[in-house]
Write a protein that binds this ligand. Structure first.
Ligand SMILES: Cc1ncc(COP(=O)(O)O)c(C=O)c1O
Length: 414
């Protein structure tokens, strides 16, 4: 037996995230065979048509012109007020709900989810997440000793499966006091699905009733990592207005990140935003959030946060930044449309793409198919119930023909 020094809880865990692992394999092949031979549809970072990572020009310029103090000084643990205001302005746009809110700065969106699980999900209990979800949720929950319960996100005709959602929420409400729900929308990773405003209305009405039953505490968390790449910026924010008149025992949190919208993936900054009608709940959110930060990463990347403050405080800069971001989104959309239309033409069934960085092909034996594709220098991600293709990271010339190649590989394994 291999020697082990770690605590019992951590024993036997597998080290590397499969997305980063596969992405590293693709990078190694690109170094060996060149970027024209290798198709890399693994990771959620935007690449331009030449295969270079995109750093939105306005963000880059602002970041590179900060003062030395902004680069190296500690930010307040919770983040400063200017950053909180900037995050609220960008996140909610014209649909900021009239509900008191607070912000705690976090290390990316991952940090926000960490704080959510750490502070609001009791160890040993279950939290509810859709069956189609970002793989990192599993690891974050495991680290917090919280179990995942899933509901089926999509019906056969690809709308939000409210019946399944209701069934699983009801189960949790019957078995434990806390009902913690994490939904990733708009532009869900991995499916690209966006919950519509009408579907949101149904969700909120139902959760308000649970929170009012006198027995449960409901924490609804929305991971909006892809909000700036999920369609019309105004339309995709409409659902925020539904987070008003919240009952005392319904806390809503928004997981926000600078990784995607501001293309500062590696700079590691984001925020957890809390909305509640109860002042005590918000005060507690601030105190406990600050303590959790102090006990984990302490402060968040100061220059990343300052860059956002400077852009959001200057309307002219913000407008230019918005245009650049829109252009990047259009680039992803064009790639997605190529994939969608070719998939249709060759009979490859894909999940409905509303926005975001990925397209998903539901299938059973994804691991084997993905291994076969690797042998042909095509790198995509195998999930338990499908294959994820990162249209954000592939030039159009690599997207063209890809649906057919995947369909052929699937037919071989059928
Ligand atoms: C669903 C989802 N949420 C949040 C994030 C944000 O992660 P980060 O910690 O890099 O900001 C990602 C990034 O891939 C994601 O896919």
């Amino acid at each position: 037996m291999a020697t082990s020094m770690v605590v019992d809880f951590e024993k036997g865990q597998k080290a590397l995230d499969s997305v980063f692992k596969t992405s590293n394999e693709a990078k190694a092949e690109i170094a060996k065979y060149g970027k024209d031979t290798v198709i890399d549809g693994t990771i959620g970072t935007m690449m331009d048509e030449e295969g270079q990572i995109i750093f939105l020009p306005t963000v880059k310029k602002e970041f590179l012109s900060l003062s030395s103090t902004d680069y190296v000084s500690y930010a307040p643990i919770i983040g400063n007020e200017a950053y909180h205001k900037a995050v609220i302005a960008e996140c909610f746009g014209d649909h900021k709900p009239a509900t008191p809110m607070r912000v705690v700065s976090t290390v990316g969106g991952t940090g926000a989810i960490h704080h959510l699980m750490h502070n609001y999900a009791e160890q040993g209990t279950e939290v509810l997440i859709s069956d189609w979800h970002w793989g990192a949720y599993d690891q974050i929950c495991a680290e917090q000793k919280v179990k995942l319960r899933t509901f089926s996100m999509l019906t056969e005709d690809c709308t939000f499966d409210f019946d399944s959602f209701k069934k699983e929420v009801t189960y949790l409400a019957d078995h434990q006091e806390r009902v913690v729900i994490l939904l990733n929308t708009p532009g869900n990773n991995p499916t690209g699905y966006t919950i519509t405003t009408e579907e949101w209305q149904q969700i909120i009405d139902f959760l308000k009733a649970i929170a009012d039953n006198g027995e449960n505490k409901v924490i609804l968390s929305v991971d909006v990592a892809y909000i700036d790449y999920a369609g019309d910026g105004d339309k995709v924010r409409e659902f925020f207005a539904l987070f008003e008149n919240l009952p005392r025992h319904l806390l809503v949190t928004i997981n926000y990140t600078l990784s995607k919208g501001f293309t500062m993936y590696g700079l590691r900054a984001g925020a957890l935003i809390a909305l509640s009608s109860d002042q005590d709940v918000l005060d507690e959110f601030t105190t406990i959030g600050t303590l959790a930060s102090r006990g984990t990463w302490s402060n968040v990347c100061h220059p990343a946060m300052q860059t956002v403050v400077n852009i959001m405080n200057d309307l002219a800069k913000f407008k230019v930044y918005e245009e650049e971001r829109k252009a990047s989104y259009q680039m992803i959309e064009e790639r997605a449309h190529i994939f969608e239309s070719e998939a249709k033409a060759c009979g490859l069934h894909i999940l409905p793409y509303c926005g975001g960085f990925f397209i998903t092909i539901p299938c059973q034996n994804a691991k084997a198919i993905v291994a076969d594709l690797k042998a042909k220098h095509i790198f995509v991600i195998a999930m338990a119930n499908g294959i994820r293709v990162a249209v954000c990271s592939m030039p159009k010339r690599h997207v063209k023909g890809l649906a057919t190649k995947i369909k052929d590989a699937m037919d071989v394994r059928a």
